[in-house]
Structures are given as structure tokens and as C-alpha cells.
Ligand binder design. Structure first.
Ligand code: ADP
Ligand code: MG
Length: 310
């Protein structure tokens, strides 16, 4: 696909009422309604974050969805995205077209305008997308207190298991889908904020992009607290029983599940729908960061957890 036809295709994407001018000029024009602006960026590089053999439409979906997960974790709603594409000369028009389809589907689903971008030749496939959103009531990682319950959405380990299944050509569709089709947890973020507002209690929130263990460390560090987590309370993705030797590591450390981790008072946590939320532990004044099983206690400060590039 030629650059001009690529951009022409992007101009068919949906708009957003607060984007005054999208693709076609030197820059986009936005007129947000006066809420706090919330801004995130994520980059996906071939072979580091995805393989070219994966479905291109899913890579397009995921590129937006991972950014939206960051917005959901700030209690923000998206307005518009900018896309920077580094495209090798051997990429096929069919790949680009499918990538575009997946990105468009995500833009439509979550009402994000693709307001512009940049396209360059590159030795590797390099995808970087930035999303601008807004929030009347942004939620940060800090603001938690000792005694708060740690609550998560969804389940863990599915994305790492999906990657393994892809690499080993195991047709486990639910797991593969968990790897390349993350669903940003806007609905759950709304429910957490609504319950906190109803009870006038505090809330700390982040997403679990780099793994649950890493997110637990981050919420502890941000609040200068420790944690005590019941390992058996952590919701495990369906289908992991088939992989008993890897399951625990995938659940704690696999990353890319794009769930939310919240800290909030026990009285508020108790009101949450148990079909959508799991209470996994407590924040403590003791600074240790522990995950307890009957035969094992994992000390998060003894190891480096989560995927860190540097
Ligand atoms: P310039 O040379 O002024 O940077 P370009 O020719 O790169 O302009 O881009 C023309 C228009 O197309 C701009 O509105 C730009 O935002 C948009 N655009 C370019 N590449 C992309 C892309 N990958 N995705 C979305 N919009 C793009
Ligand atoms: Mg220009």
C-alpha cells in the first residue's frame, strides 16, 4: 500500500466531536470540553512486542487497546490518537490493509478519532500510537492507605499462555485471543469510580500491562506500603490447567493481561460485583510485598518481576 492510499484509508476512520480538524493538514486541531487532558503513548516493535506472522488486524487492535488500557486506568475517556508507522520495504499491502482494518475496528469500538500521524521507511516494523483522552476525575496510583483491599478485574496468565500457544502452534483460541485482543477495562473503571464516589472513599488504580507482580510492586512503591496477597485469590485464566509448570509464572509475571489493579477501603471493595472483581489481598504498613500460598511465600522484593526493557 502506497503512503498516499494508506492516508486516504485512514481518512475514512470515524471522527470525534472534539476533533475539529483531523488528517490532511500539517497538524490536527482539537477543542476538548474543559476536563483534565490525559495523554499516553505505547510502542510496539516487531519481534520485541509482536511477530509479523500474527494476524495483522489483531496487531492493529492491540496497538490502540493497550493505550486505552492506560486511559481506563486513569479513569479517562479517549478523544483522538496519533499514529507513527515505521514500515519496512518488504511489508505486504495485504498486511498493512489488515492492520488498518483492526485499528479502525478498535477506533470505532471505543470512539477514537485517528487525528493524524507520520509514516516513514524503517528497517523493522515499528508501530507507535499516542492517545489523548480526558477525565473529569482522574485516578492515580497513589492515594491508597494501609488496610485497603487490593482488587483486580478479569483473570491473569492468559496473554502469556496465548503467546506460548502461538509459538507452539497450539490452537487454543481463547488464549490466543487473550494475547492479541485485549479489552480495555473502561466499564470496570467506571464501576470502581462510581462505588468510590457513592461511598466517598479514596481509590488508587493502575493497569497490569507488565504483569500482576510488577503492578503490585508499583502500587506498593507509589504509596510507600507493603502488601499481603492470597495467591489462591488471584483469578487464573481458564485453560491454564493444561500448562501446570508454567501457569504460576504466567499468572504473576506474564504481563499483557491489561487488567486493572485497584486499592480501596474494604467497605467499598465489599460492594463490588464478584463476577467482575476479585479481592486478592491487602495493603500493609509492613513494607514486605508478599504473595502467600500454603506451601510457599513469594517475596516480590527478592526478584525482578515483570518485563523491563532496561
Ligand atoms: P507532513 O509531511 O507535513 O508531516 P505527511 O505527508 O506526513 O505530512 O502527512 C499528511 C497528513 O497525513 C497529516 O495530516 C498526517 O497527520 C497524516 N498521516 C501521515 N501518516 C499517517 C499515519 N500513519 N496515520 C495517520 N495519519 C497519518
Ligand atoms: Mg506538513
Amino acid at each position: 500500500m502506497h503512503e498516499d492510499s494508506l492516508i486516504a484509508r485512514a481518512r475514512q476512520f470515524p471522527g470525534h466531536p472534539e476533533v475539529i480538524l483531523g488528517i490532511g493538514d500539517d497538524a490536527a486541531l482539537l477543542k476538548p470540553s474543559g476536563q483534565t487532558l490525559v495523554w499516553a503513548v505505547d510502542t510496539m516493535v516487531e519481534n520485541t512486542h509482536f511477530l509479523r506472522a500474527m494476524p495483522a488486524a489483531e496487531i492493529g487492535w492491540k496497538l490502540l487497546a493497550v493505550n486505552l488500557s492506560d486511559l481506563a486506568a486513569m479513569n479517562a475517556k479517549p478523544i483522538a490518537a496519533l499514529l507513527s508507522l515505521g514500515v519496512p520495504s518488504d511489508i505486504s499491502p495485504a498486511w498493512l490493509s489488515a492492520f488498518w482494518d483492526g485499528l479502525e475496528q478498535a477506533c470505532q469500538t471505543y470512539q477514537v478519532a485517528l487525528a493524524g500521524g507520520d509514516t516513514v521507511r524503517s528497517s523493522e516494523l515499528h508501530l507507535s500510537l499516542s492517545v489523548l483522552g480526558q477525565s473529569a476525575y482522574p485516578i492515580q496510583r497513589k492515594g491508597a492507605q494501609a488496610g485497603d483491599k487490593l482488587v483486580v478485574t478479569g483473570s491473569f496468565g492468559g496473554s502469556a499462555a496465548g503467546l506460548y500457544c502461538f509459538q507452539h502452534q497450539l490452537a487454543r483460541l481463547e488464549l490466543l485471543n487473550r494475547h492479541w485482543h485485549p479489552i480495555p477495562r473502561f466499564k470496570e473503571a467506571d464501576l470502581l469510580v462510581a462505588e468510590s464516589e457513592r461511598q466517598k472513599t479514596h481509590l488508587a488504580l493502575l493497569d497490569t500491562s507488565d504483569g500482576l507482580a510488577r503492578s503490585l510492586q508499583l502500587i506498593c512503591q507509589s504509596n510507600q506500603l507493603g502488601c499481603l496477597v492470597n495467591g489462591y485469590a488471584i483469578p487464573v485464566q481458564n485453560g491454564l490447567a493444561e500448562f501446570p509448570t508454567q501457569a504460576q509464572n504466567w499468572v504473576l509475571n506474564g504481563g499483557e493481561d491489561y487488567e486493572l489493579l485497584a486499592a480501596l477501603p474494604a467497605s467499598t471493595a465489599a460492594q463490588l460485583d464478584p463476577k467482575l472483581f476479585s479481592i486478592i489481598g491487602t495493603l500493609t504498613t509492613e513494607l514486605a510485598q508478599l504473595i502467600q500460598y500454603s506451601d510457599q511465600v513469594i517475596d516480590l522484593q527478592q526478584n525482578q518481576w515483570g518485563f523491563q526493557h532496561f
